[in-house]
Design a protein around this ligand. Sequence first.
Ligand code: NAD
Length: 469
Amino acid sequence: MNFHINNLVAEQQNVLELFNVQKPKPSISIIGLGYVGAVSTACLANLGHEVIGADLDALKVDQIANGISPIHEENLQNLLQEGVGDELIKATTDVTAAVRDTDITFVSVGTPTKSDGGCDASYIISAAQMIGKGLKQKNAYHLVVMRCSIPPGTTLNVMVPEIEKASGLKMGEDFGICFNPEFLREGTAIADFEAPPKTVIGANDERAAIALTEVYQPVDENVIITTIEAAEMVKYVDNIWHATKVCFANEVGRICKPLDIDSHEVMNIFIQDTKLNLSPYYLKPGFAYGGSCLPKEVRAVAHLGEELGVDLPLVNSLAKTNEEQIQSAVDLVKNTGKRKIGFLGLAFKAGTDDLRESPILEVIASLLKDGYDVKTHDPAIGKDTAIKGQFNYVRNVCPHLEQLIDELPDMMTDDCGELVDDCDVVVVTQKNANFQMQVGARLHNKKVIDLVRLFDELPKTQSYEGIGW
Ligand SMILES: NC(=O)c1ccc[n+]([C@@H]2O[C@H](COP(=O)([O-])OP(=O)(O)OC[C@H]3O[C@@H](n4cnc5c(N)ncnc54)[C@H](O)[C@@H]3O)[C@@H](O)[C@H]2O)c1
């Protein structure tokens, strides 16, 4: 939908410019005038929209209505003053009226943590009820844009039912819904609005997606359009990633200090690698890490921390999460209830015959222990590959794999197609064109466990699955 909608909106814009016509900008109500709401009010007015800010807090409403910033944020006060001066910004405690009197409603109420650690949706529910009442009082189509950070599913399963109940209207027909995560950083919020890191629109119908794409066109001509649930998840994923980076860098600092190494020197070098370190590489859900370096080095750094008396919970947790991934693969196979299992790919990645600490060996060993019938195929590994020598290198960490290493040559076949035909379940551990072809041709009559996302487009068949999809 991405390309199609961005293009559609750009084409419409070009036609309007050709005839020198200005399309009227939709008016926008903003429910919740905290950091997100106050900044959105000022910035959307700055783009030429009439904005009504609505909050239950009379003090915030009064401040916004008078062009006074309720928070400390660079440039916010100036923009609010301009907006109020141009009569583009109004504010009210009457949320229902604000919705009724506008075309689009942005929702930016708080979503604090509940006592059990979950997300408190009570402000969202009360805002949704007020939106529903406002929609009941108008006749035209209305777009509701959810901006809060919320667990996936909240927009469609919590918010929409409340709006529909209070309004008697139907989503997709009488009103549209989008989830549009907010990525502003406090302190540079205005600059981030004007040059966003990305604009994500989760939508389930084209009309809603187009309406919101048009709003953002002046600051982002290439918005990313996706499902509502994926957009909700992106916001959480972004923030756990940022938190991971902070903790990672801090653990590097903690281990560098007793070694008398300048952690900033180390990280300044680290960040210059945009091919492997700061890149999409290693950031796609798939199978466990393995090979001759990653497991060894993770253990070595954890050990170094222990020797130095430095606590490194993030580094120490890596082996555990990796083991969970291996166990998930074992469980997926066992849950099929089938006994003849074929593995496509033995090495930890394609294009190498290095079997050292290949995580799929752990899966195979676990299945053999329970009496499964296993066959394997790897285009880079044959009966004459020196796997015994490789095993000697990892003997200390994988003594439990010795028997498998002895038995492995008897499980190998050179014929990929034959292996797929002969087994009940095929487990794909590497991505290559031949595996794609052989598995793709048999998808409808074979149980496939894909650990690497073999196909760009997810097959829709019931008999296909991976750990993370
Ligand atoms: N602060 C940030 O930097 C930031 C960045 C990205 C996303 N977010 C997310 O955006 C959402 C809003 O965050 P915030 O920091 O602006 O919140 P905030 O707590 O600063 O403000 C929320 C406002 O909503 C108002 N409110 C609550 N219920 C209402 C109702 N029914 N009607 C009208 N007003 C109501 C409150 O009075 C308050 O002024 C949260 O989900 C947050 O996680 C925040």
